[in-house]
Write a protein that binds this ligand. Structure first.
Ligand SMILES: Nc1ncnc2c1ncn2[C@@H]1O[C@H](COP(=O)(O)OP(=O)(O)OP(=O)(O)O)[C@@H](O)[C@H]1O
Ligand SMILES: [Mg+2]
Length: 210
């Protein structure tokens, strides 16, 4: 079993969207997958409740009060973390997961919050001394996106791989309202969106296998 933590203290940057769509990818490809929702808002679990019975199976647990008992066959676990988590709680999770993904929106406000969080991960949590692999994922990037000074400077200084640029797309909003992810949809309807996920999926599986 391998586990993936989706975290960024900034609200609304796409943590739940990344969690649910990654889960839908694994489920569609018959990889037994579970979501552990650590957010009292329970957005991932709400999404899962809306999931149609004919859609491929995704296990869901709240991780708020106790450690969930995961089914033995589960091969991928995805943790959805709330905005503004305690750094001490994140530090403990980092000790048990294989991969940390940090979604970031390409706006100066989001970039600043994320830069401070990454500094905390490097200096206080000392992620570089741990076996966990950390990467940044751009989210809601426009097709004709022109990089900003803030994002460029941030990426240069963060020294953490920037592995994918997920498009801003209504397909995420539409699919989420039915408990689905883009990977549950007709491939022809989400071709451009799926393209932007390929480097992310490749990176995860490469670092997990190593
Ligand atoms: N790539 C995208 N394209 C279009 N809409 C998106 C995209 N990513 C996220 N959204 C939308 O942005 C909103 C916030 O996303 P999401 O709930 O995933 O963020 P979050 O980081 O989990 O928020 P919170 O901090 O409140 O938990 C949602 O309405 C979601 O549908
Ligand atoms: Mg969320």
């Amino acid at each position: 079993m391998r586990s993936i933590l989706i975290v960024n203290p900034k609200g609304g940057c796409g943590k739940t969207t990344l969690t649910t769509n990654l889960a839908s990818f694994y489920a569609v490809w018959d990889v037994p997958v579970a979501i552990v929702d650590l957010d009292p808002q329970k957005s991932s679990l709400d999404w899962l409740r809306a999931r149609p019975s004919h859609a491929s199976k995704i296990h869901g647990f709240s991780g708020l009060n106790c450690k969930p008992k995961l089914p033995h066959n589960v091969r991928r676990v995805i943790y959805d973390v709330p905005a503004r988590p305690q750094l001490s709680a994140i530090s403990k999770l980092i000790d048990v997961v294989d991969v940390v993904l940090i979604p970031v929106l390409p706006s100066a406000i989001d970039v600043r919050v994320t830069a401070k969080f990454i500094a905390d991960l490097l200096i206080k949590v000392k992620v570089r001394h741990k076996s966990v692999k950390v990467a940044i994922v751009g989210n809601r990037m426009q097709m004709n996106y022109k990089s900003t000074k803030e994002l460029d400077n941030f990426l240069m200084n963060a020294d953490i791989p920037f592995i994918a640029k997920l498009r801003a797309s209504q397909k995420y909003v539409q699919s989420a309202s039915n408990g689905l992810g883009i990977f549950d949809m007709l491939p022809s309807a989400v071709k451009q969106d799926v393209e932007t996920w390929k480097p992310l999926l490749k990176w995860i599986e490469q670092v997990i296998i190593r």
